[in-house]
Design a protein around this ligand. Structure first.
Ligand code: H79
Length: 448
């Protein structure tokens, strides 16, 4: 083999997977999406059209964020049994609508939410503008039967207050929107009740347009519930919602907005929902884990299953080490207040990130593949960061495989040097037991 070709080949082989993934073309991405990645539901499913998805270079800022705040807040905060209360308890729409008379939060302040997010080390927010119950949290002319926070007791535009607060705090602003609306019988029987279903669709187009047009630059559009008749996938319902048409309209107002995959159109990123552990190899396409800080439900719930700090940090590093962002949900109470215990827990996360954020933000996964239940890695420039979520009992060493790079030195991030030994199988990192952190031992390595 010619030396030039050999050099090229070895360069290619030594490229960490994550870096390679960032540079791949649309076709390559599509075939990767079709692969079966742990935790991702139907990756790559949905309709697509040239130019409707963002090119990889326009996704870099999103991939840099790593940690965001999801907010589920609406009428369902009042019964405090979760955002599916209307459906689960079979409450008729007229009955449920009465909650709007009581929804008059005195202590809601979006700037406080933004501060809680910032103090937690979060870089973006995604607020539910309208969940499946149909109640719009803004001044929505397109709302069916004026079911919105402007034309009811609250008389406030929460989307406006929220988007303003995001920008003031320097946080990226995301909006969650549910295409489906349980108030429409046509949702449950679109073929039998096509006129009613068409009304629902008209509302969706009108409301998405309002959200994209009236609130300045929106960074993320997070659809959820593009199903029909309460079955199937979002992609199965694409014949009805016509997501290519819907999102072409979105791009007219917000050309660079990052769109999730739940409108029935292939998304700019993939989603992994729920509290299940993140496992498996690096996922080389943009993806996001979303889950609840209070495991009871997304909306405010008086039943508490608050995640421990250890669980949050483990979830975050397991996600980031596999190339994902983590969107952690809070459910403020009917008055708009985030429960104090939740604020305190988020603050602890922020304290951890102040110290170890360098190993998280703006990194890419690799060059070492994660080992489930043990460690994973991120990289940035000539630095590699190792997150040890659990050292095997009695051990204080890691054997890293060969990667075609040399680890020249290493230390506990912000702490003391560690011992590094090289042999044919790879690199051995030897720590002293007092260098082990039960929360997450984070190492910083220099590589060449
Ligand atoms: O907003 C939060 C939840 O309320 C919402 N997504 C997060 C972000 C959500 N709730 N449930 N789900 C997502 C999954 C629900 C799936 C099912 Fe079905 C609904 C199973 C049966 C009914 C989907 C629709 C699959 C079949 C029909």
């Amino acid at each position: 083999m010619k030396p030039g070709i050999k050099l090229l080949m070895s360069l290619f082989l030594s490229l960490p997977f994550g870096v390679y993934a960032q540079n791949m073309g649309a076709d390559e991405r599509k075939s990767m999406e079709k692969a079966n990645y742990a935790g991702l539901k139907n990756p790559g499913n949905g309709v697509s059209a040239a130019g409707l998805n963002l090119p990889p270079e326009k996704m870099q800022w999103w991939e840099d964020q790593k940690f965001g705040m999801f907010i589920h807040w609406g009428l369902y905060a009042i019964p405090a049994t979760g955002e599916w209360t209307m459906f689960n308890q079979k409450i008729p729409a007229d009955e449920y609508a009465k909650l709007a008379d009581q929804f008059k939060p005195k202590n809601f302040d979006a700037n406080v939410w933004a501060k809680v997010a910032k103090d937690a080390g979060m870089k973006y927010m995604v607020m539910v503008s309208r969940h499946h119950d149909g109640f719009a949290m803004w001044n929505s002319a397109a709302s069916y039967r004026h079911f919105d926070s402007w034309e009811t007791a609250a008389h406030r535009d929460f989307v406006k207050e929220y988007t303003n607060a995001c920008r003031k705090a320097g946080l990226k602003a995301g909006i969650y929107y549910s295409p489906l609306d349980w108030r429409f019988p046509g949702y449950f029987d679109p073929k039998g009740l096509p006129e009613n279903a068409a009304l629902m669709k008209k509302q969706t187009y009108g409301q998405v347009e309002e959200l994209m047009k009236n609130y300045g630059k929106i960074d993320i559009l997070w659809y959820d519930g593009g199903w029909l008749a309460h079955k199937g996938s979002d992609a199965d319902a694409a014949w009805f919602w016509e997501p290519l048409k819907l999102n072409a309209m979105v791009r007219k107002y917000q050309p660079d907005i990052v769109i999730n995959p739940r409108s029935g159109m292939v998304g700019d990123f993939e989603t992994n929902e729920g509290g299940a552990a993140v496992k498996g190899p690096i996922i080389p396409i943009p993806w996001e884990k979303c889950l609840n800080l209070n495991g009871s439900s997304w909306g405010y719930n008086t039943t508490q299953n608050l995640m421990s700090l250890k669980d949050i940090i483990t979830m975050l590093v397991n996600t980031v080490d596999r190339g994902g962002n983590m969107l952690l949900n809070i459910g403020p109470d009917p008055d708009g207040v985030i429960p104090p215990a939740h604020v305190a827990r988020l603050k602890e996360v922020g304290t951890w990130l102040k110290k170890y954020g360098e190993s998280i933000y703006a990194t890419r996964p690799g060059p070492f593949q994660p080992v489930d239940g043990f460690y994973g890695a991120t990289q940035k420039g000539n630095k590699v960061y190792i997150h040890i979520v659990k050292m095997p009992d009695g051990s204080s060493e890691i054997n890293l495989p060969q990667i075609g790079k040399t680890v020249t030195s290493g230390k506990v991030l912000g702490g003391m040097p560690i011992k590094i030994l090289h042999d044919q199988s790879g690199t051995r990192l030897v720590l002293t037991t007092d260098q082990l952190d039960p929360l997450c031992t984070t190492l910083e390595l220099n590589v060449k």
